[in-house]
Design a protein around this ligand. Structure first.
Ligand code: GLU
Length: 496
């Protein structure tokens, strides 16, 4: 398998048991990056042999989420090539053929033990504090005995015959050399009594038949790897290169799980996180770019990604760090591009806000987004911050206008300030930039012998209806002269 000039093939091989989780996204990303970096192929294979855990919508959902985060397999159920079928449940005949080959070559054997016997065995071992393992009861049956049981239709499984007194050795790019004594390896079931293969057999056969050169997967599969290596040996195949990537932990060091926070990738899309932030942040969970830089686009990641720089120890998934990356990408995005992304999210996740935006000129929406993009960490904060741009501003309580520190002690003070604002707005037509608006107001406030805060504070409250909002000059710029005047007049009328 490790021949020169062999195309690199990686794969993501999920069991369709629910949503795509953050840790799986990282597995996919590393497989994708490694394949792309080496001009190779990234495949998707569905490991659905454990029929009890199947979730019907899972595959379609995973494919859709992967596409949303730009990780589209080169080959898989939705874009087949010549290595299909990609659902293991559609490959049962293939596995049967390989099982027969193993039995014929004395690398696997029939096991007729009943499930009752196996659970008794397990209980006994547990009560003695021993590791639970098959006791090889059927390993040494004679051919006649076996044939008699088969003829009598006794239900059976097929188990791996683990060579005795040997060490299984292999290299892992993350953990380097791994060595396990065969006495510590269970004689794994390869074919279940329902005719379905177990994960181990199907995984190895498919990686071989699909020409997978690099198996990059989570550390939780490290204990399975020696069994897989034994299987490769039993078939006479060269194993792929293994990389078992470190576990993802929650802040505080616990294993990441539903209990520690949101772990489904889709939830982050529903919260309108930018894909570039998700990808960039996830890429760094376990991989060290060996530089102090931390912002990488997908193409930069493809260029730099390297399996040798995957860390051995667990990485912490911290939403605050994700927010930090997201804030960076929001702030630095081109406004047209960002606006289109916003619309895409809204179409999918918030039709109401989408329809609201459609009622206003694109220019108006973009200016607002442009003003706010450096103040938010997430798109979804936008909605709360922009209500007053899209509905009539509510009337703030009087005590929000009153601000003794700014010489606003009474209603009359507030009215005097707002009248000045009204006057300036009425007299000036060219309010086409925040700087221009600033010049006009600073001059007028000075001429009136007033202080900036004294005028701009109540103006801001009148324009937004809120105690906190972007600054007055920005608001006038974004709302435009007409709407600003309307709001100032409305508040004046009410105060009078
Ligand atoms: N089906 C396994 C899973 O659900 C695949 C593990 C592997 O990549 O070998 O993660």
């Amino acid at each position: 398998m490790k021949l020169l000039n062999m195309t690199v093939v990686t794969r993501f091989a999920p069991s369709p048991t629910g949503y795509l989780h953050i840790w799986s996204l990282r597995t996919v990303l590393y497989n994708y990056l490694y394949a792309k970096k080496n001009n190779g192929k990234f495949m998707l294979r569905i490991e659905d042999t454990d029929r009890t855990r199947l979730v019907e919508w899972s595959v379609e959902n995973m494919i859709q989420v992967l596409a949303s985060v730009w990780l589209i397999p080169d080959e898989g159920p939705n874009n087949p090539g010549d290595k299909g079928p990609y659902y293991q449940s559609e490959r049962l005949e293939i596995y049967r053929k390989y099982i027969d080959e193993l039995i014929k070559n004395d690398k696997a054997y029939y096991c007729f033990c009943s499930s009752e016997r196996l659970s008794e065995l397990r209980e006994e071992q547990t009560s003695l504090g021993l590791p639970t393992k098959y006791d090889k009861n059927c390993r040494f049956m004679s051919e006649d005995e076996i044939q008699a049981k088969l003829d009598a239709g006794v239900s059976y499984t097929v188990r791996l015959k683990v060579p005795e007194g040997k060490k299984v050795r292999f290299e892992d790019t993350v953990k380097w050399k791994i060595e396990v004594d065969t006495k510590d390896i269970d004689e794994q079931v390869l074919l279940k009594s329902d005719g379905f293969p177990t994960y181990h057999l199907a995984n190895v056969v498919d990686d071989y038949l699909m020409w997978v050169t690099h198996v990059i997967r989570g550390d939780e599969w490290t204990p399975s790897a020696p069994k897989h290596v034994l299987l490769y040996e039993a078939f006479g195949w060269t194993p792929p290169t293994f990389s078992h990537i470190p576990l993802l932990l929650a802040t505080g060091g616990k294993k990441l799980s539903k209990r520690t926070g949101d772990v489904s990738v889709e939830i982050y899309l529903e919260k309108w996180y930018l894909v570039e932030s998700i990808i960039n942040y996830i890429s760094l969970l376990g991989w060290n770019p060996k530089t102090t830089e931390e912002f990488f686009s997908m193409s930069e990641l493809i260029e730099r990604f390297n399996l040798d720089h995957v860390n051995k120890s667990g990485a912490i998934f911290d939403v605050e760090r994700l927010n930090f990356f997201n804030a960076h990408y929001l702030k630095n995005s081109d406004i047209n591009d960002l606006y289109n992304k916003l619309l895409t999210y809204l179409k999918r996740y918030d039709e109401e806000f989408f329809n609201t935006l459609q009622k206003f000129p694109e220019e108006y929406n973009k200016n607002i987004l442009n003003e706010l993009k450096s103040r938010i960490k997430k798109f979804d904060e936008l909605k709360g911050l922009t209500t007053f741009f899209y509905t009539d501003a509510k009337l703030a309580e009087l005590d929000v206008f009153i601000n003794p520190k700014m010489k606003l002690e009474s209603i009359d003070d507030v009215i005097a300030s707002l009248e000045l604002v009204e006057d300036v707005l009425t007299k000036n037509d060219e309010l086409t930039s925040v700087n221009e608006i600033k010049d006009v107001f600073v001059d007028a406030i000075k001429d009136a012998g007033m202080k900036n805060g004294q005028v701009l504070w109540p103006a801001r409250v009148a324009l937004s209806g809120e105690e906190f909002s972007p600054g007055t000059l920005e608001l006038i710029y974004l709302l435009g002269k007409e709407k600003s005047l309307e709001r100032i007049n409305n508040v004046l009328e009410n105060l009078k």
